[in-house]
Design a protein around this ligand. Sequence first.
Ligand code: UFG
Length: 329
Amino acid sequence: MKILIVGGAGYIGSHNVRLFLDRGYEVVIVDNLNTGHMSAVDKRAKFYKCDIRDKAELKAIFEKEQPDGVVHFAALSLVGVSMKQPLEYFSNNVYGMQILLEVMKETGVNKIVFSSSAATYGDVEKMPITEDTPTNPINPYGETKLMMEKMMKWCDMAYGIHYVSLRYFNAAGAYDDSSIGEDHNPETHLIPLILQVPLGKRDHISVFGNDYDTRDGTCIRDYIHIMDLADAHVRAIEYLLKGGESQIFNLGTGDGQSVNEMIVAAEKAVGKPIKKEYAARRAGDPARLIASNKKAKDILGWEPKYSLDKIMETAWLFHQKHPDGYNDK
Ligand code: UFG
């Protein structure tokens, strides 16, 4: 079986490439390397440097490779940046999806697994969040992911392109051998920023708000290991290949950790104290986001396996090995 992975050089994409290859799939990667890293590309996969908005090039790749299915990660994904540059997000994410779906339709590829986000829900009161929770994104990033889901819904009805949309909560951790992991520029995510303190690259971690209505006043998130996410993608493709109908699934552990608890977990992995300072709230941060993962468990038979300790341990190994990230740009 041949799977075309769009955005396979990025954080979540590269870990998926690894697992699909390990599970015996033939993998073709398409990535424009805008935010992805060539160092994260598995040599066993075939690689095309291509921006999916270049229709002629993308179509030629599809015609040549004739994949059995597509897994789509290629998108801009920084919430804060999306507030300042919404048009770039619409172009990369929404227009990119437009071209991808056109090419799939024209080349007869009718299965796609899509990298969506809990950001489609926005600020939700009632936890845990189920797939039926209303979607009200509060930033352009989340809006684009929701628009991309809706594009797939209508293309399913019109052209029979079946999809599985996976709404991730907080992706975290790294591959067990620490060869690949999380490297964003700029880095805005909590775990890599916490680990920059013991690496000597940052004096302290700023905790954005300690006056939330949560057990210790800091924000609660549902951190899910990157290889648990990857496992869900393989299951989703298998589900579609077996003829499953289009679906949306949340991917999270169903458990939430506060920012303070994450710092304690990092101290345990690192083996020394990590200096923190309380700072103002970050605009747009909901107090808590916790997934109900029942649907993914019931339909995909998915079960997250990595503990919080393992998330921190793998992240710490990766950042020790790559203190400046991949350093390949
Ligand atoms: N945080 C800090 N200090 C920091 C960085 C983050 O206290 O220096 C806090 C944030 O306020 C938040 C938590 O740590 O409460 C996690 O923040 P991240 O930036 O790591 O992740 P987010 O929850 O903001 O974002 C994640 C994904 C997004 C997705 C969003 C909503 O990274 O892609 O969840 O689903 F849009």
